[in-house]
Design a protein around this ligand. Structure first.
Ligand code: FAD
Ligand code: DHB
Length: 391
């Protein structure tokens, strides 16, 4: 099998890349180790930055998002039983975000790809990337019980944190920067209308809590829990009781309860692999970097990477100028590190570490107080949340 761009992984990064290349007349093959149902139902991110929304529309994948997505112009910060709204458009010159789940983005992109795109093979597991330093890199993969080879001009590893692409960068050229956090998020889906019309990020002495949503009738909520927690340790009633405590305010706001339909725990880490390119192998999305979810940046960063790659390849094929392809890693990493900084700042401002001291608590409250009283600090948050521009 032969193609121009071999794409490993059909998460948001791989699927969007296939669409961008297809729209530019460049052929690709997507290899995905899991089946279609798994990819379409894996519950993950929920917030699309303005730039991501624009890219999906331009790619012709924004129709259902524009119909069913929920545009949001702000978030609420909650601490000390107080509430503070951050108004994105007012602080950023009109930028906002969209609540539209990763599951739905993937469903839309898969449907488009199967309708008129290049091959998208499910249950096709990449085993290794070979010859990244040559003109014709290859992906060895297992499909329908046989081992096969995909010959490519370029390989893009969009295979997430646990994928194989990153392993093809020689250890002596790789640098890893990482941080683990001693807590995770217990996430639930519940059949109950969201108790607030915007997202609520709450800092509480008992830990962080987040209120989000999937639709006008489905809530998505998260609770900070100790690292290694098993979601089944928490009964539904205990989860609602704890959420209620952490969201408590001095006014008459109430958290509505409903049947919990899904429960899972996500570990939290910051991770960056440098460089993001080795020869003709390019890494994109979670394959190259992870952020803790507090800033809602993971999916959006993945989108930024593949847009950068697609633009660079399109330019190279049109003009012969490889400058953008050659600087792929540097271009992406600048944005990645801004998102790492933002996600780290949001995480450490809102979560309570198990060894937090009263001094740490006061610093967190002072940071939140600063955001609510200094427009410069609030603008910095709004700019980070709505997204860093693509070069
Ligand atoms: P992925 O979505 O991980 O896609 C990689 C794909 O590659 C997968 O489909 C995988 O099956 C496939 N693959 C892996 N190995 C191989 C192989 N060898 N061969 C072929 N295919 C392979 N972000 C937020 O902003 N908010 C959140 O609430 C949030 N929650 C998350 C919860 C979890 C449990 C995880 C893991 C991530 C979460 N994220 C969240 C991050 C966000 O979902 C990711 O940043 C985003 O999915 C990145 O997209 P991607 O396409 O790079 O990688
Ligand atoms: C969601 C996830 C996030 O990480 C976040 O910061 C906001 C919303 C969500 O799943 O809806």
């Amino acid at each position: 099998m032969r193609t121009t761009v071999g794409i490993i992984g059909a998460g948001p990064a791989g699927l969007l890349l296939a669409r961008l290349l297809h729209n530019a007349g460049i052929d690709s093959v997507v290899l995905e180790s899991r089946d279609r149902a798994y990819v379409e139902h894996r519950q993950r991110a929920g917030i699309l930055e303005q730039g991501t929304v624009d890219v999906l529309r331009e790619a012709g994948a924004g129709e259902r998002m524009d119909r069913e997505g929920l545009p949001h112009d702000g978030i609420e910060l909650r601490f000390d039983r107080r509430r503070h709204r951050v108004d994105f458009p007012a602080l950023t010159g009109g930028r906002s975000v969209m609540v539209y789940a990763q599951t739905e983005v993937c469903k839309d992109l898969i449907a488009l790809q199967l309708k008129d795109g290049g091959p998208l093979l499910f249950e096709a597991e990449a085993l290794a990337v070979e010859g990244a330093e040559t003109e014709s890199p290859r992906v060895r993969f297992r499909y329908e019980g046989r081992e096969e080879v995909l010959e490519c001009d370029y390989v893009v590893g969009c295979d997430g944190f646990w994928g194989v692409a990153r392993k093809a960068v020689p250890a002596e050229l790789s640098q890893v920067f990482e941080r683990a956090y001693p807590f995770g998020w217990l996430g639930i889906l519940a059949d109950v209308p969201p108790s607030h019309d915007e997202l609520v990020y709450a800092r509480h002495d008992r830990g962080f809590a987040l209120l989000s949503m999937r639709s006008p009738s489905v809530s998505r909520l998260y609770l900070q829990v100790p690292e290694g927690t098993d979601a089944q340790e928490w009964s539904d009633e205990e989860i609602w009781d704890e959420l209620e405590r952490r969201f408590e305010t001095d006014d008459d706001w109430r958290l509505e309860r409903g049947p919990i339909t899904q429960k899972s725990v996500t570990p939290m880490r910051s991770f960056v692999h440098e460089p993001m390119r080795h020869g003709r192998l390019f890494l994109a999305g979670d394959a190259a970097h992870i952020v803790p979810p507090t800033g809602a940046k993971g999916l959006n960063l993945a989108v930024g990477d593949v847009v950068t790659f697609a633009r660079a390849l399109i330019e190279f094929r049109a003009t012969g100028d490889a400058t953008r392809l050659d600087s792929y890693s540097e271009t992406c990493l600048r944005r990645v590190w801004q998102a790492e900084r933002f996600s780290y700042a949001m995480t450490t401002m809102l979560h309570r570490a198990p060894d937090a001291t009263p001094f740490d608590d006061r610093i967190q409250l002072a940071r939140l107080d600063r955001i609510t009283t200094a427009r410069s600090a609030e603008t910095d948050l709004a700019e980070g949340y709505t997204g860093f521009p693509l070069d």
